[in-house]
Design a protein around this ligand. Structure first.
Ligand code: UP5
Ligand code: MG
Length: 179
């Protein structure tokens, strides 16, 4: 979910495991920063807490993977956001080994995001947009977790504790999956 700590944990994972971290949200934000016409449209969608069309995100991720083709593995943060995105990704790009799900209450996520919003400058770190991001997460992204749970690919992490406490669970999960 928004503010669950995906970016924070991915940075730690990359340091210890040498995977390539691709954040779908960061890729979209750099497209916005490029100042292109498409970037302007993306900014409006993100400001509303809605999802950008899956073709755009798929293309950004595919390009980023191609540019790092020699990587030992990819850690894709904040993705897939909707069921069809995951199905298309696995069909057109690569199969998914497993999914890390950072489970934490909306109250905690909101608190983290509002705190970050004091300095982040992110267009979506405000109370109104956070509410919409939670709604999008419940409606569109939760079914993705169920989809991968049925395939026994979900590793659920209690993400309510400190960054270190969360990371120690992540480490055991990755090591039990052979990383
Ligand atoms: N923090 C982190 N862990 C903490 C801990 N254990 N204890 C205390 N504080 C903790 O963390 C958020 C904040 O909490 C930080 O200040 C951190 O220090 C603190 P962070 O690691 O940044 O959380 P993260 O889960 O990465 O939060 P983020 O805001 O990035 O999540 P979103 O899922 O909302 O953002 P994302 O960038 O993935 O997407 C943004 C938008 O892009 C979406 O709303 C959507 O419009 C669009 N999008 C798509 O349309 N399609 C996509 O495929 C992807 C994105
Ligand atoms: Mg993030």
């Amino acid at each position: 979910g928004p503010g669950s700590g995906k970016g924070t944990q991915c940075e730690r994972i990359v340091k210890d495991y040498g995977l390539t971290h691709l954040s779908s949200g960061d890729l979209l934000r750099s497209e916005v920063e490029s100042g292109s016409a498409r970037g302007k449209r993306l900014k409006d969608i993100m400001e509303r807490g809605e999802l950008v069309s899956l073709d755009i995100v798929l293309e950004l991720i595919r390009d980023a993977m191609t540019n790092n083709a020699s990587s030992r593995g990819f850690l894709i943060d904040g993705f897939p956001r909707e069921l069809e995105q995951g199905v298309r990704f696995e069909k057109e790009v690569a199969p998914c080994q497993f999914v890390l799900f950072f489970d934490v209450s909306e109250a905690v996520m909101q608190q983290r995001l509002l705190k970050r919003g004091e300095t982040s400058g992110r267009v979506d770190d405000n109370e109104a947009t956070i509410k919409k991001r939670f709604h999008t997460f419940q409606e569109l992204t939760k079914p993705v977790i169920e989809h991968y749970r049925q395939q026994s690919k979900v590793v659920q992490i209690d993400a309510s504790g400190s960054v270190d406490a969360v990371f120690s669970q992540v480490k055991s999960a990755l090591e039990s999956r052979g990383l």
